[in-house]
Design a protein around this ligand. Structure first.
Ligand code: NAG
Length: 255
């Protein structure tokens, strides 16, 4: 079988293209180039007021290494996701950079991240380098999704303070480890296990009006970046007499 010169070139180009696409598809650990800014007024802690609705959890999460995301916010699905972010100026920046948790939605000048001031400084090698970085305001970075880690914590149901027993239930899931997304949540009553899909009201906040009475089971759908989906049924239910502000341990953790 004879190939003309052109068709051979075309074949080689096609194979190269297929290989590139294949690499891109399997490269979930690769760093992606972008830019990051920081909240000028943020203090050393996280924030209770982020768009994710983490409340008091947001104020202490990950020691204050938190960030707002623009596209990565993904209508709230990105809330709680962890990213390794490292800046690229070799005079100032450390090799590891910083690991942040997404707690808010926002964009600045072509940025993917608006870090807390603390997290921004922690991309630097030294305190002096941190001051130089902060003076720049916006820097080139590269980032990748990484596992979140909350040692000795189970996923915890936090009943939002705006809930109104027994008519309106809003809650947030705390301490989700790993790097999967929670893409759906079902609320099941525990006698006949009739379930209904809940609405993601905003950020990481799930809500329902007229929740069933009795203990409540919250099932969570975890999705990974290959598109694999798994429903996780917790060990513990939310007790019948749930109260706004309370925390309930699910008894499960997911990696
Ligand atoms: C997590 O849940 C398990 C039960 O599934 C329990 O034995 C363990 O004590 C819980 N861990 C924490 C830190 O609460």
């Amino acid at each position: 079988m004879a190939f003309s010169h052109q068709s051979l070139l075309f074949l080689v180009a096609t194979l190269l293209l297929m290989q590139t696409l294949g690499d891109a598809a399997t490269c979930s650990d690769c760093f992606i180039q972008s830019r990051a800014a920081y909240y000028p007024n943020s203090d050393e802690q996280g924030t209770e007021t982020g768009a994710c609705g983490f409340g008091s959890f947001g104020a202490t999460i990950n020691g204050g290494d938190v960030s707002a995301a623009s596209d990565l916010y993904r209508d709230g699905v990105g809330c709680g996701a962890c990213y390794q972010v490292r800046c690229k100026n070799s005079n100032y920046c450390s090799d590891n950079g910083v690991t942040v948790v997404i707690t808010d939605h926002g964009a600045s000048d072509r940025t993917d991240f608006i870090l807390s001031r603390r997290a921004f400084g922690r991309m630097a090698q030294t305190t002096d380098a941190a001051a130089s970085l902060l003076a720049l305001g916006v820097v080139d970075i590269e980032y990748r999704r990484v596992l979140c880690s909350y040692p000795n914590k189970n996923i915890t149901f936090k009943i939002d303070e705006n809930s109104n027993y027994p008519y309106y239930l809003a809650f947030v899931l705390w301490y989700q480890q790993g790097k999967k997304d929670i893409t759906a949540v079902q609320l099941c009553e525990t006698q006949n296990f009739v379930c209904k899909l809940l609405d993601r009201s905003y950020g990481a906040v799930w809500t329902t009006t007229s929740p069933p009475s009795g203990p409540l089971q919250i099932r969570m759908l975890f999705s990974d970046d290959d598109g694999d989906e798994t429903w996780v049924v917790p060990v513990n239910n939310i007790p019948e007499n749930w109260k706004p502000g309370d925390l309930y341990d699910s008894g499960v953790q997911v990696l």
